[in-house]
Design a binder for this molecule. Structure first.
Ligand code: PLP
Length: 348
């Protein structure tokens, strides 16, 4: 990584150069998209995706509520309205039946989230553009196709905790549509076309050269890291297979999970977190508050409690434990010993 960074520093070409172009090309090739352009962050790529699809005031975008808030704020920030749908009990992604019921004449896109690396179902109403929030889904697959090539447009994050990173903030926007491919670059670069013509209202959402160079090195390691994530996830699932209160995540049929998070369902999540912390094992609840219940959404029609029952029930029960590819055998065994030891509090 550091050699790639030095190369760029010494070249003096710090922005808008060959590294970002090459990173975009290599990323598109890796996931099977027609084109890809690096962005300043995953959030920036989501905003670019919505603007690229011409989404703005008066438009509705269907989105799950069990996600990181950036999946929702991007919709509000372009002036459109998020329409929240409930999730599947088994896989925790948007429920296709709920999506069909939520479609209206104002629906302009479905923004699905491959939550924790689990691909969302593609059994969705046809004729509506589909955006993949693939921020957590590098290397995830459905029906033999990688995240990034499943929807019209896909958005990735390279935040340092993600399956691959860039040594700072970063993201990527990909598309499978030829008609959108040539406009991708323009949407992250002030809407510029052919040097000086501005054809779209956007901003500077670009990634700098040094980060793109580091991203290229990380991308070359992604497949091997994904294999290790699969192995560790399988070991975790085997370790808790017979535990009475820890439920291993299920993988959708015909899918390859990206294992950004290995998330256990447990009714006693607070006690589990405390237990794991006492053993110095990092564990977190994803997510404590569903997006529709966040204070900033209090004016939204779906803010009230009970509007998304499955989401609200699961929220607070999902505990993520380490699954990154650099865990040692000893650390993995220590995690398993702690999980097996966990006893839920007695019900009074
Ligand atoms: C599901 C999801 N969407 C969007 C984002 C936003 O990405 P970033 O933090 O790179 O802006 C994240 C990440 O953090 C995420 O997990």
């Amino acid at each position: 990584m550091h050699q790639a960074a030095y190369r760029v520093l010494e070249s003096g070409r710090w922005v808008k150069g060959p590294e970002a172009t090459a990173f975009g090309g290599e990323f598109a090739h890796h996931c099977g998209a027609v084109a890809a352009v690096p962005c300043a962050s995953g959030s920036a790529s989501l905003i670019a995706a919505l603007r690229l699809l011409n989404i703005g005031p008066g438009d509705e975008v269907i989105v799950p509520s069990l996600t990181f808030f950036a999946s929702v704020s991007c919709i509000e920030l372009v002036g459109a309205t998020p329409v929240f749908v409930d999730i599947e009990e088994e896989y925790w992604c948007l429920d296709p039946k709920a999506v069909s019921a939520a479609v209206s004449s104002n629906t302009k896109a479905i923004l699905g989230v491959h939550l924790f690396g689990q691909p969302f179902s593609l059994d969705l109403p046809t004729g509506i553009p589909m955006i993949e929030d693939a921020a957590q889904a590098h290397g995830a697959m459905l029906d033999g196709r990688l995240a990034g090539s499943l929807g019209d447009v896909a958005c990735f994050s390279f935040f340092p905790s993600k399956n691959m990173a860039v040594g700072g903030e970063g993201g990527m926007i990909t598309t499978t549509r030829m008609d959108l491919a040539e406009r991708l670059q323009s949407w992250v670069d002030h809407g510029r076309v052919g040097g000086s013509r501005i054809e779209a209202l956007t901003s500077n959402l670009r990634m700098s050269e040094i980060l793109a160079a580091m991203g290229r090195v990380q991308l070359s390691r992604l497949d091997e890291w994904q294999i290790r994530r699969q192995e560790i996830a399988a070991l975790h699932s085997a370790a808790i297979a017979h535990h009475q209160s820890l439920h291993a995540p299920r993988v959708r049929p015909r899918a390859v999970h990206g294992w950004h998070q290995y998330t256990i369902r447990c009714e006693y999540s607070q006690e589990l977190i405390q237990h794991l912390e006492s053993k110095e094992i990092d564990a977190r609840i994803h997510y404590m508050i569903p997006c529709h219940r966040q204070p900033v959404m209090s004016d939204h029609p779906q803010y009230s409690e009970g509007s998304l029952p499955v989401t609200e029930r699961l929220c607070g029960q999902l505990v993520s434990i380490p699954v990154h590819p650099f865990l040692s055998e000893e650390e993995i065994l220590r995690i398993h010993a702690a999980l097996i030891e966990f006893t839920p509090p007695q019900k009074t």
